[in-house]
Design a protein around this ligand. Structure first.
Ligand code: ADP
Length: 511
């Protein structure tokens, strides 16, 4: 059985941890304090490696390196074609090291290796190629003015970007942040999540191995390769390293992905320091709406994926499954059967659908929400407890008869816990789906085009997936309405987070 299998020795990952220091100015260095912190294997809770713990003085050093690279280095000034070539070569290198990156990601995060290797690392590579494509297509406009003027806008890089990322998709979040920032010619200080520092260090190192290409362009000889100081990575904790970055006077832009509570903190830190513009990608409580015409088997499978994917650790997880009363009973029965069939186990084993949760804190929080669901009167259809005796595995859990007012229907659980709610008609489900502080995403399952059109227009969310879920192509913008965030990442929309617009006004004729 699954529980017995979890008592076996965990599978040894086919990768060495090579990089545990901070990456500052193109070099791996210890924290100035000499401090380290352990990063843990979620399968066992045991230490994988001790990682340099950056504090504000290290953030200062990293920002100084990024500042120098921006103000004095070639990166923002080189031709866009050059930057594009560097990003493309970096993407090739990331692709070449697909399996090592995937192994590190799974080891540190606990997600199924097959998912890392076959989906996430290829998405990372795709994203860098996508933004490489943008690098030489960023330009301003010629603008008409009320007078004899030539007016143009220049789209310039904003400067030093501070980026703070979470632990649920460490490398994808790295790519969403770093890709557009580099394409636009910015320099970067990135702080990884304390739970998952390893894969970004490896990926960032590959950017420095792009190599130097000497070539001729407009009669000038240019030296290519990611110049030192352009991409700095600082591991460390939120209230120390993260807060230092958010409040730094010499950081020109902040991008943050994480919880809504922490989003408020970093926005305030940014405002209190130098008013750096901030993009926020925060929490969610996304509705997944199964309409009365739905093919129940297909709806169950997609709703299951929408919630359980990545151990339920997705900001956009379909965590409120609204099912029309006509198909409700059949849906609940089949959703339960599907959850019972979910294959949980060592994420390095093939065929595994679900690994452990990230850490003991999240694990305890999920179990607490499950107890709250039971206490508030929802029906526990299956699951509800931990799995095995070590690590942070949680049974795939399904609640039916969930009411909107229950905590499990209101707060982000971030775990493998599906909440199924019943609805009668469209107006009602629209109102209930929108009755939340969040507005990140929604799923709609119907074959009726009128129903689909009504729901896609009425839902106050940044993404509506109709008859699909978690489709994350590089070109599709992602972000939240309401307290799910500010701004959009990915796609063309992300570029404007990393650009300043300068208007240049010149009289057509000198006086
Ligand atoms: P979670 O609760 O899922 O860990 P957080 O929002 O706390 O989500 O974490 C997301 C990222 O924000 C992590 O890199 C974390 O270290 C960082 N972080 C946490 N607290 C702060 C803070 N006070 N200031 C800046 N960054 C923070």
């Amino acid at each position: 059985s699954t529980a017995t299998a979890l008592e076996e020795e965990p599978i040894k990952p086919a990768v060495q941890v090579e990089h545990t220091q901070l990456l500052i100015g193109g070099k791996f260095v210890d924290a100035l304090s000499g401090k380290t912190f352990p990063t843990l294997d979620p399968r066992t809770g045991e230490v994988i490696a001790h990682v340099a713990e950056g504090h504000s003085e290290d953030v200062d050093r990293a920002v100084a390196a990024a500042r120098k690279a921006f103000d004095q280095g070639p990166w923002p000034k080189m031709t866009a074609y050059e930057r594009q070539r560097i990003l493309l070569r970096a993407a090739d290198l990331l692709e070449k090291h697909n399996d090592e990156l995937a192994a590190l990601e799974t080891w540190d995060n606990g997600k199924p290796y097959e998912q890392s290797a076959q989906i996430e690392i290829p998405m990372l590579v795709r994203l860098f190629r996508y933004y490489a494509g943008w690098a030489d297509k960023i330009h301003g406009m010629t603008v008409p003015a009320d007078g004899q003027y030539h007016v143009q806008t220049l789209h310039e890089p904003i400067g030093v970007a501070g980026q703070i990322i979470p632990w649920n998709f460490p490398l994808l979040m790295f790519a969403w942040k770093v890709g557009p920032a580099l394409a636009c010619g910015n320099t970067i200080v990135l702080k990884t999540a304390e739970q998952t520092p390893l894969s970004a260090l490896y990926a960032a190192k590959l950017f420095h191995e792009v190599g130097h290409i000497l070539y001729k362009w407009n009669h000038a000889h240019l030296l290519a390769g990611l110049p030192e100081g352009v991409l700095n990575v600082v591991s460390g904790f939120g209230p120390t390293a993260g807060a230092a970055l958010a409040s730094h006077m010499d950081v020109d832009k902040l991008a943050f992905t994480g919880s809504t509570d922490t989003g408020k903190v970093v926005l305030e830190l940014a405002a209190r320091s130098n008013l750096k513009p901030v993009t926020l990608e925060l929490g969610g409580k996304s509705p997944f709406i199964v309409c009365e015409d739905a093919d129940v088997d297909q709806a169950v499978e997609l709703a299951h994926f929408a919630l359980f994917f990545n151990q339920g650790q997705c900001c956009c997880a379909g965590s409120r499954t609204y099912v029309h009363e006509r198909v409700y009973d059949e849906f609940v029965e089949k959703a339960k059967a599907r959850a019972l069939k979910r294959i949980v186990g060592d994420p390095f084993k093939s065929g595994i659908e679900q690994g452990p949760q990230i850490d003991s804190e999240q694990f305890e929080k999920i179990l607490k929400y499950i107890r709250s669901g039971v206490q508030s009167g929802a029906t526990l259809e299956t699951g509800g407890d931990r799995l095995g005796s070590k690590g942070f595995y949680v049974q795939p859990t399904v609640f039916s008869n969930v009411e909107d007012g229950m905590l499990i229907a209101k707060e982000e659980i971030f775990g493998p816990v599906q909440s199924i709610l019943k609805f009668k008609d469209l107006d009602e489900v629209i109102e209930r789906a929108n009755n939340t502080r969040y507005g990140l995403a929604a799923g709609v399952f119907t074959k009726n085009i009128d129903t689909a059109n009504t729901l896609t227009r009425a839902l106050r969310v940044g993404t509506v997936w109709v008859n699909c879920f978690d489709t994350f192509d590089a070109a599709i913008p992602f972000g939240g309405y309401k307290m799910s965030g500010q701004g959009r990442e990915k796609g063309e929309y992300s570029l404007k987070n990393y650009l300043q617009v300068k208007a240049v006004v010149t009289p057509l004729k000198n006086p």
